[in-house]
Each structure stands twice: as C-alpha cells, then as structure tokens.
Design a binder for this molecule. Structure first.
Ligand code: ZN
Length: 429
C-alpha cells in the first residue's frame, strides 16, 4: 500500500495491534465484519408514515433488530459528496478536501478518489482487512485499495465503444462489472408500472417524456449498482461491504414536489401530480425490497449499519432547490452485539459515524477525528469495548492518506452527462 507520506502502513498496523493488545483487562481482541447500507437522503419524516401504512416490511423487521434513531448532518446543509466523504473519513471537508463537484468556467467535473484523508477502507487495508465499495461519490478514477472499488462513473458513457479507463479496481473485474450496467433505454414500461399507475404511464410518456426519462436514468443506475453488489457479495469475502444507493436523493429532488404540489412553488402542471405523485414513496418501497435482498446476502448475525447522509425536507416555500431541500436529520440504524436491539437512539452526529464504524469493526478512532463512538443504546459488552477503544485512540490515521492513484479518462460527453445530472439536482447552475 502506498501512502502519500510514504510512511509504511505497516507501522500503523503494528501500532494498532500493540494498542489493542494493551487493553490487558479485556478479553483477546477480535475484529468483526461490517455491512454498511447507505440510502442517500433517507428521512424518518417519509419513513414513519409509510411504516404506519404497513409498508417497508424489511425496514420494520430491521428496526426490531437494531438500535435506531436520527443522524444529524452538517448545518448549513451540504451536498452529498461532501457529506459521504466526511462519513467515510471521520473528518470535515477542510481536511478531506472533497467539496466541489465542478471547477473552472467550463464546469469540468472534479475527478479523484484519492482524498486528502484516509477513508475507512484505507484504514482497514492497513490493518489487513478488505473492503468492497461501489458507487460512492467522488471515486473516479477507482484507485487501488485492499478489496474492490467500483467508481460512481459506472452509469455514464453508455454510448461509448469501450468503458472509461479505471472505472473499477482491480481492472480484472472491469468486464464483469461493466456487463452488469443497466441501460436506461432497456427499462420497459412494464417495469415502470411499479412507480406509475398504468393509465398515468401512458399519459406521462406522451406529455412528459423527459420526466419519465429521468426516472429511467436514476433507477437504471441503482439497478446496475445493485447487480454489481450482488456479484461482489457472492462469496462474502470482504470485511467491510459498503453498499450505497444514490437514487433516493435524486428521485426526491426530481419528484418530491409532485407528492406535495401545494407546498411547491414549482409549477406542477395539471395531471402531473396524478402521474408522478407516488414515485417517491414507491421508490422507497423498492429500496425496502433492496434492503431485504442485501441483508439476505449475509449471515443474520452480521453487523449492519443503515444510514443516510442527510434527510429530505421537500419543496421549500422559497422555491430553492438543491441542498435547500435537504433536512438536518437523516437516519441511523445499527445491528450489532454492541447495541441494544430495538432501542431508540436520540441522535448521532455525522462525524460520530466513522469512529462508530471503526468501533464496530474493533478498531480505535484516530485522535484527530472530531466525533465520538455512538454511546447510546450500548449493551454491557458494547460499553466495555467502546470504553477501551475511546480510551486508547491512535493519535492519527492521516499517514494512511492515499497517493494520487491512476489517471481518470476525460470524455466531454461523460462530463456533460454529469453536469446535466448535477444541474437536475440543483447542485450547480
Ligand atoms: Zn440531495
């Protein structure tokens, strides 16, 4: 493993091992596997009424197995790439450096998966553990990690003869991964009937084809990532399996106002609310099926965190789009022997998440990570372990900051696709 400082990662591994062995009053330390299921912009404000209606059965079952509650994101409200990089590194954007999506007058999308701080997969790699991470923001070009990284550029550039360079690490997986992409054009009307009523779909295809197309594109990307994750989960070989769905946030930015046209200053034309008013909730019905499937890939005692990076408020009276529609409160659920099943958590702060991930895996946080391991709803075993880990933080993991990694390929048509999507989200003008 190459780090930016050139400091051998093995030194840190030794430090971590010595530190953990130093917890002499504790039983022999062991690390544990973790599955993370990120659902961008998931919010109890939408989930609770759906649960009351008897929807989201997999979420309901998981809530009984997990400690769960609210996750407070950064205020002022921020964009998802910045938030997820903070979740994955445990430090803020002033340290990890992921804050802009386009640069320059020509709005070139920012590339680079080598952030200015190590992500949790870099920390795990240094301690001999492996990670699968698929579709995470700001991970193009995919770079060498201990495990597999599938870049968030995977859905783009369908029209190209060959896939973009360095979409996947290791490159030996590029062909099987790319083969699992879903082309929006291949999504049939019949498939879309899970989001739109039959009579409404015909009207929508005739009158608002661009809105239907947005739905196709967003869902196709998530379907592709789901298929890739399904492949990578097959032999359960990763210590950290990081599953992420970007679609719910994009669906919310594009369709929330149809669900509550009275709150929106966006002009919802006659008929549009009837056609698209159920898309957001039905997309979350689909996410719940995905949750059930992903949980089913792993043993029932596997530690799992389900979380979002922010909540979703919906249309603002001001008419502002983008981060203005995000809300301060996301979701956080953790199933682990360290936390009481079914217990309520009042709150976890966004920067507490990385230290909590590390504790679940059995590693101490860095002393320069501002957050704390979640201290609510701990079991007696969890209290012991968290006390030991929090009392013995490593000074810093920053020496594991990755080197530059491979070059990304620049394709003007892919850049344009990305800009179009960022504009649709209200992230750029
Ligand atoms: Zn968003």
């Amino acid at each position: 493993m190459t780090t930016r400082t050139g400091l051998p990662a093995a030194l840190l591994v030794l430090a971590a091992a010595a530190l953990l062995a130093g917890c002499a009053d504790k039983p022999a330390h062991e690390t544990r596997k973790l599955v993370v299921i990120g659902i961008d912009s998931a919010d109890w404000r939408l989930w609770d009424p759906m649960l009351e209606e008897g929807r989201l059965p997999n979420l309901k079952a998981f809530m009984a197995q997990s400690a769960h509650g609210r996750m407070r994101t950064f205020v002022p409200l921020e964009k998802s790439p910045l938030l997820w990089a903070s979740i994955c590194t445990g430090v803020g954007p002033e340290v990890h450096g992921v804050s802009h999506f386009v640069k320059g007058e020509d709005q070139q999308p920012v590339q680079g998966s080598a952030w200015n701080a190590p992500a949790i997969w870099d920390i795990l790699g240094a301690t001999g553990m492996s990670t699968s991470v698929v579709g995470m923001w700001t991970t193009y070009p995919a770079r060498p990690i201990a495990g597999v990284m599938v870049s968030d550029y995977l859905p783009y550039g369908h029209g190209r003869d060959a896939p973009l360079a360095n979409l996947v690490y290791p490159d030996s997986l590029t062909a099987p991964v790319v083969a699992l992409r879903v082309d929006p054009a291949d999504i049939t009307d019949e498939q879309l009937l899970r989001f739109l009523d039959p009579e409404q779909l015909a009207v929508a295809n005739a009158q608002w084809p661009e809105v239907v197309q947005a739905l196709r594109e967003i869902w196709a990307a998530d379907l592709g990532y789901l298929a890739v994750n399904r492949l990578l989960a097959e032999d359960d070989r990763f210590d950290l399996f990081f599953f992420y769905l970007r679609g719910p946030d994009m669906i919310s930015h594009r369709f929330y106002h149809y669900m509550m046209p009275e709150k929106s200053r966006l002009v919802v034309k006659p008929g549009e609310a009837e056609a698209f008013g159920q898309v957001v909730r039905r997309y979350y019905d689909w996410c719940d099926e995905v949750l059930g499937e992903v949980l089913g890939w792993f043993p029932p005692d596997r530690q799992v965190v389900v979380l979002s990076d922010h909540g979703f408020y919906g249309p603002r009276a001001s008419g502002d789009k983008g981060t203005a529609e995000h809300s301060e409160w996301g979701v956080f659920l953790v199933r682990s022997p360290l936390y009481e099943a079914g217990a309520r958590i009042d709150r976890i702060e966004l920067l507490d998440i990385a230290p909590t991930f590390l504790a679940l895996i059995g590693l101490p946080a860095g002393g320069d990570m501002p957050g704390n391991v979640l201290a609510e709803a701990l079991t007696p075993r969890g209290e012991d372990l968290v006390r030991a880990l929090e009392g013995n933080r490593l000074p810093s993991y920053m020496a594991l900051t990755p080197g530059e990694g491979p070059d990304g390929e620049r394709d003007p048509s892919v850049d344009e696709e990305l800009r179009r999507q960022l504009k649709a989200l209200g992230y750029i003008n």
